[in-house]
Design a protein around this ligand. Structure first.
Ligand SMILES: CC(C)(COP(=O)(O)OP(=O)(O)OC[C@H]1O[C@@H](n2cnc3c(N)ncnc32)[C@H](O)[C@@H]1OP(=O)(O)O)[C@@H](O)C(=O)NCCC(=O)NCCS
Length: 183
């Protein structure tokens, strides 16, 4: 995939998405290491600045990941991030990831709006056929948010992952491009 255009802004009612940049590093590292985010992620190793800069250089700048920062319209405050990764060229498919790092942002419909903007971008601009998301079953906010954003549950894997001393159930969600007949 071509790297994300640096001037691209995706506008929503209460938030907008802008491409992530190196200046976001400290806040993104803080968000990713926030306990609310870590407990809901499959990958739980603390994220270092170096690892994030490496991700920016080798994944984002090379187009393997399209990552946005979610910002509040009223004051441009950055609240979290949403991204597409694991692009499959032949299948026209990618996987979505999302997190809000500022506690004040939770439960206001911001995640749903960001996930919808991301799907619209994936389908209309990247012309992907399908976007997938993997969600830990106990993460009710993410389950509910993905359903509201237009994803459908496709599979429920019981005790699929061993995380922090316990087996956890995992749900696979998928969203199909409504114009997919043309793709
Ligand atoms: C998942 C996440 C992005 C959701 O964002 P959000 O802005 O808080 O979600 P929304 O406000 O859009 O809520 C969507 C729906 O989920 C519901 N919801 C929110 N928090 C919930 C909770 N703790 N338990 C159950 N439902 C919840 C809301 O009620 C809403 O449904 P409604 O509009 O019918 O009331 C956010 O909680 C987050 O960043 N969590 C930590 C990281 C994470 O889990 N990332 C996803 C990994 S798969």
């Amino acid at each position: 995939m071509e790297p994300l255009r640096k001037d691209l802004i995706l506008e929503g009612a209460q938030i907008y998405l802008r491409p992530i940049c190196a200046a976001d590093t400290d806040r993104v590292v803080r968000w990713r290491n926030d306990k609310n985010v870590v407990k809901n992620f499959i990958y739980r190793i603390p994220l270092s600045r170096e690892a994030h800069l490496d991700w920016l250089k080798n994944k984002v700048e090379r187009g393997y990941v399209h990552q946005f920062v979610i910002c509040r319209n009223e004051d441009k405050m950055p609240l979290g991030s949403v991204y597409l990764q694991n692009f499959e060229e032949q299948n026209k498919k990618a996987e979505e990831g999302i997190f809000l790092g500022e506690e004040q942002a939770y439960g206001k419909g911001i995640g749903t709006e960001a996930a919808k903007l991301m799907l619209q971008y994936a389908f209309e601009q990247l012309r992907l056929h399908k976007v997938a998301a993997r969600v830990l079953a106990y993460n009710r906010a993410s389950v509910c948010m993905h359903e509201k954003a237009g994803y459908v549950q496709e599979a429920y894997f019981r005790e699929e992952l061993f995380l922090d001393g316990k087996y956890e159930d995992l749900i696979f969600f998928g969203a199909i491009n409504p114009s997919s007949k043309e793709l």
